[in-house]
Design a protein around this ligand. Structure first.
Ligand code: HEM
Length: 380
C-alpha cells in the first residue's frame, strides 16, 4: 500500500505542477496537498505509529483511512475544477475529517495499550492530526458561516501547512536523518519533547492571528520557527559530511527543512500589506517546490526499500537505497533553486521542480525494476 501511495503522490505532484498554469491555483494546490500528500501522510503514520508505541503492526483494514482521505482530496479537486460540483468541498472535507479522526482515535488506543511511554514523535503526529481535523472543520464551518469564509480559509491554510504537514514533517525529519546517516542522536527524543509546545503554540497563533488578529501571527511565526532552526543547527554540527554530498537522502531532507522554513518566512513577508500588493511572493508554491518535493523524494529514497520488503534488512535494501539516493545532492540543489524561484513568482521554478521530480520518478522506476528482478532470482 505505502509504495503505491508514494508513486501516486509523486505522480500527482508532477501532474499538478505541469498543469498549474491551466488549472486554477486552488485545484493544482489541492491535487498536490490533498490528493498527493494527505493520503501518503496517513499511510506513513499508520506504518510509524506501531513502531513508536512498540505494538504490533497496523491491521490491514486500516488501509481504508488513506483511501478515504484520497477520496476526500479527489472530491475537493473535482469541486475546484467543475463549478457544478461545489458540494464536493464540504463532502471532501467530511470524508477527510472522518479519516483524520479515526486515525487519531486509533493512535490514542495504541498509546493506551502499550507498556511504558511512547516515543515523543507520536505527540507530534497526534498534534498534526488535530490541526488537520480543525482545518477541515473550518471549511465546513464556512458553509454555515459564509461571512467568515475569508478568515476561515486563512485558518484552514495555516493549520494545514504549518500544522498538519509542518508538524508531521519536522518530527519525521528529526527521527529520519540520523537513520539515514547511520549515526543515532540520543538528543532526538528529549528535543522533540521540548520543542512541541513551541511548534503547536506557534501554529495556533499564526492560524488564529492570520484569520482574525494579525499581530498574533507575528509572535506565532517567531515561536514556530524555533524548532526547525534548532534542528537545522544540530544537523549541521552532527551530519555535515552527509548533508553536503552528491548522493544520498540527507541533502534532500536538509533541503526540505530549509524549504519549510523558507516558505514560512515568505508567508510572513506576504503578510506585510506593502509586500502583498506585489503578486510575486508565492509562499504556497515555495512550500510545494522547495519543501514537499525534496521531502517526499528524500524520504522515499530512504524508506521505499523497507516498505517494499519489511523485516530483516540486507544487501538488497542497501543496494536499492543507494540507487534511489544517487544524485540526491544534485536534486536537492535543483529543488532549492526551484522553490526559491517559484516562491518569488517565477513560473519556471515550478517547471524546474516538475522536471527534477520526473527525473527522480524515472530513476526510481528503473531502480525498482532492477531490485524486483534481483528479488525474483533470490526470493529469500
Ligand atoms: C480534503 C479536504 C479539503 C477541503 C474541502 C479544502 C478546501 C479548501 C478551500 C475551499 C480553500 C479556499 C480556496 C480558495 O480560496 O479559492 C482551500 C484553500 C487552501 N487549502 Fe484546502 N481543502 C482541503 C484539504 C487541504 C489539505 C489537506 C491541505 C494541505 C495539506 C490544504 C491546503 C490549502 C491551502 C494551502 C489553501 C490556500 C490556497 C491558495 O492560497 O490559493 N487543503 N482549501
Amino acid at each position: 500500500m505505502l509504495p503505491a501511495l508514494v508513486f501516486l503522490a509523486l505522480t500527482a505532484f508532477a501532474a499538478a505542477l505541469l498543469w498549474s498554469s491551466h488549472a486554477g491555483r486552488a485545484a493544482a494546490l489541492h491535487l498536490i496537498l490533498a490528493v498527493g500528500a494527505m493520503p501518503l501522510i496517513f499511510g506513513a503514520m499508520s506504518h510509524f505509529i506501531p513502531v513508536l508505541t512498540r505494538t504490533r503492526s497496523a491491521p490491514s483494514a486500516l488501509a481504508i483511512l488513506p483511501v478515504l482521505a484520497l477520496a476526500g482530496g479527489a472530491l475537493v479537486v473535482a469541486a475546484f475544477g467543475f463549478p457544478g460540483m461545489l458540494w464536493g468541498q464540504p463532502a471532501g472535507a467530511l470524508l477527510a475529517v472522518t479519516a483524520a479522526g479515526a486515525l487519531f482515535v486509533w493512535s490514542r488506543r495504541r498509546r493506551a495499550g502499550m507498556l511504558g511511554r511512547p516515543h515523543p514523535c507520536l505527540d507530534w503526529y497526534e498534534a498534526a492530526l488535530a490541526c488537520l481535523a480543525a482545518a477541515l472543520l473550518a471549511i465546513l464551518a464556512s458553509v454555515i458561516w459564509p461571512q467568515q469564509a475569508p478568515a476561515l480559509r486563512r485558518l484552514h491554510l495555516h493549520l494545514n501547512t504549518l500544522g498538519f504537514v509542518g508538524l508531521t514533517a519536522m518530527a519525521t525529519l528529526a527521527v529520519l536523518l540520523p537513520t539515514v546517516t547511520g549515526r543515532p542522536d540520543p538528543q532526538v527524543g528529549p528535543r522533540l519533547r521540548r520543542d512541541l509546545p513551541w511548534a503547536v503554540a506557534g501554529t495556533l497563533l499564526v492560524a488564529f492571528g492570520a484569520a482574525w488578529y494579525g499581530p498574533l501571527a507575528w509572535i506565532g511565526g517567531a515561536l514556530w520557527a524555533i524548532p526547525p532552526m534548532r534542528l537545522g543547527t544540530r544537523w549541521l554540527r552532527l551530519h555535515r559530511a552527509e548533508i553536503v554530498a552528491l548522493h544520498g537522502a540527507a541533502p534532500l531532507l536538509t533541503a526540505a527543512l530549509a524549504g519549510l522554513l523558507g516558505s514560512a518566512m515568505l508567508g510572513a513577508v506576504n503578510a506585510i500589506p506593502a509586500a502583498a500588493t506585489f503578486h510575486s511572493v508565492q509562499p504556497a508554491w515555495a512550500f510545494v517546490a522547495g519543501f514537499i518535493l525534496p521531502l517526499v523524494s528524500g524520504a522515499a529514497s530512504q524508506l521505499l526499500p523497507v516498505w517494499l520488503r519489511p523485516g530483516v534488512q540486507f544487501g538488497w535494501h542497501a543496494r536499492l537505497r543507494n540507487d534511489l539516493g544517487r544524485y540526491g545532492g544534485a536534486r536537492a540543489v535543483l529543488f532549492v533553486i526551484a522553490g526559491s524561484a517559484a516562491g518569488t513568482g517565477r513560473e519556471w521554478g515550478l517547471l524546474l521542480g516538475a522536471v527534477t521530480l520526473i527525473l527522480f520518478l524515472l530513476q526510481a522506476s528503473i531502480a525498482l525494476v532492477q531490485a524486483l528482478i534481483i528479488q525474483s532470482r533470490s526470493p529469500s
